[in-house]
Design a protein around this ligand. Structure first.
Ligand SMILES: [Zn+2]
Length: 440
């Protein structure tokens, strides 16, 4: 990087640049596509607009305006979505392309790490990435490879280079927890088994892990601040805290120094409060946010990525300790989100897909968000302009507006009447290229 920049400076005498540019044949102009939108939910405005025309030049949106007053540029390809609702490409801020739902009948989570080689897992991850895109998710924040090392960086590079279709990716690589703070578990102590996350003990190891992951391409750092959870004798949900305050502080300090952010998996209690005191940027799941945590999140501007729907899957039998725990988690989670919404906590849409099968619609999460206190428009914005804000991409993604990347989707029905319509995305454009058409 340093030498390339240096040589550019040496050769970059403006006079010579302009003369050589004149000698080149003029580059092919960017193709222009015009989308006619019957209804446009632009991701940012509080209300939809009717009969809009979106002009896309190359991979960016050039203009958005009323159909009556917008001139269609000569030679433009016209895509007629005048009977549909057009939205920005959706953003899922909590995915796992290296997980596949982990059906216990297929060996569950452990089989992923013990039986499947990395090439096999990477091949399946390419299918996951394509599935996300086909469902209208043009950006994902993929929050841990679960033992697949830096595989997410490779998948992201392959998408960006055009070898495979997939969403824009923000990746965290290996994620961080502590000894006793992550699977695999339950094996004889004499047997060394792989772990799904990078385990650290002490602030020095914590900082070093963050440095390694950032060095190898992490866009965010993901930390597990709680791990096991169970019900105590009074039936209260307890979650095991993992990192100490000094450990999470070392990670946050290091990561912020790189201009990057930290996502913290945290259910409740001590681990949740350490995450907030440590200065984390997003709380993942937040099953039971107490009033103090909510107040601190509002004050610090911490994001909440609730991932509701995954907790409704794969419950253990009702009369077992795990089964009771599974049901209590759901009983707490909805009211927790409702309180956070009411208090004005910033919400980013996330599904934890991979934690459930990629054959399930990712957009089923919208209905849960609406069930627990969000309006359909607020839920849509949590998956568009709000998520873009969290990712530091405001104005570039999550919005249909001039200057943004041309990440555009459409559904046949009205998602403001029924957010379930977002489970049936029929048109997907990413970066100005159409990936999926045909209504399902
Ligand atoms: Zn997750």
């Amino acid at each position: 990087m340093l030498s390339a920049r240096a040589s550019t400076l040496v050769l970059g005498v403006p006079l010579f640049v302009s003369i050589s540019a004149l000698a080149q044949p003029s580059p092919k102009p960017d193709p222009v596509t015009v989308i006619r939108a019957g209804t446009l939910i632009d991701g940012r405005s509080p209300a939809p607009r009717l009969n809009q025309v979106i002009v896309v030049r190359g991979n960016r949106i050039e203009t958005v305006g009323d159909a009556a007053s917008t001139k269609v540029p000569e030679g433009a390809r016209v895509i007629d979505l005048s009977g549909a609702t057009v939205l920005p490409g959706l953003i899922d801020s909590h995915t796992h392309i290296f997980l596949q739902g982990e059906d216990p009948a297929e060996g569950g989570y452990d089989a992923q790490l013990l039986k499947h080689g990395l090439a096999f897992r990477a091949a399946r991850a390419t299918v996951s990435a394509r599935r996300a895109l086909e469902q209208g998710f043009t950006t994902i924040r993929d929050v841990e490879t679960e033992g697949a090392g830096y595989g997410d960086v490779g998948i992201k590079q392959a998408i960006e280079a055009g070898y495979i279709p997939g969403p824009r990716m923000f990746v965290v690589t290996r994620a961080i927890s502590t000894t006793g703070g992550y699977n695999l578990e339950g094996y004889a102590p004499e047997v060394d088994v792989p772990k799904g996350a990078q385990l650290i003990d002490g602030p020095v190891e914590a900082r070093k892990a963050a440095r390694e992951q950032l060095d190898h391409g992490a866009d965010w750092i993901k930390v597990y601040m709680t791990h096991r959870s169970w019900l105590d004798k009074e039936g209260r949900l307890v979650s095991q805290p993992t990192l100490s305050l000094e450990e999470i502080r070392a990670i946050v300090d290091e990561t912020h120094g790189w201009g990057k952010k930290v996502a913290c998996h945290a259910y409740n209690g001590v681990g949740l409060h350490r995450a907030l005191d440590g200065g984390c940027d997003s709380i993942e799941h937040g099953l039971e946010l107490d009033d103090a945590a909510i107040a601190q999140m509002v004050k610090q501007g911490t994001w909440l990525c609730p991932t509701m729907s995954v907790y409704y899957d794969q419950w253990a039998p009702a009369d077992t300790p795990s089964g009771k725990r599974d049901r209590q988690r759901v009983a707490l989670h909805g009211p927790s989100l409702r309180k956070a919404v009411k208090a004005g906590v910033r919400i980013a849409f996330g599904t934890d897909v991979g934690g459930f099968s990629w054959t399930e619609p990712m957009a089923r999460e919208f209905a849960r968000m609406v069930e627990f206190g969000m309006t359909p428009m607020a839920a849509i914005q949590s998956a568009t302009s709000k998520a873009a804000e969290m990712l530091g991409m405001s104005g570039e993604i999550g919005v249909v507006a001039p200057g943004a990347y041309a990440d555009i989707i459409a559904v046949a029905g009205d998602p403001l009447k029924n957010v379930g319509e977002l489970e049936r995305v029929g048109f997907v454009m990413k970066d100005g290229k159409v990936y999926a058409t045909g209504w399902k």
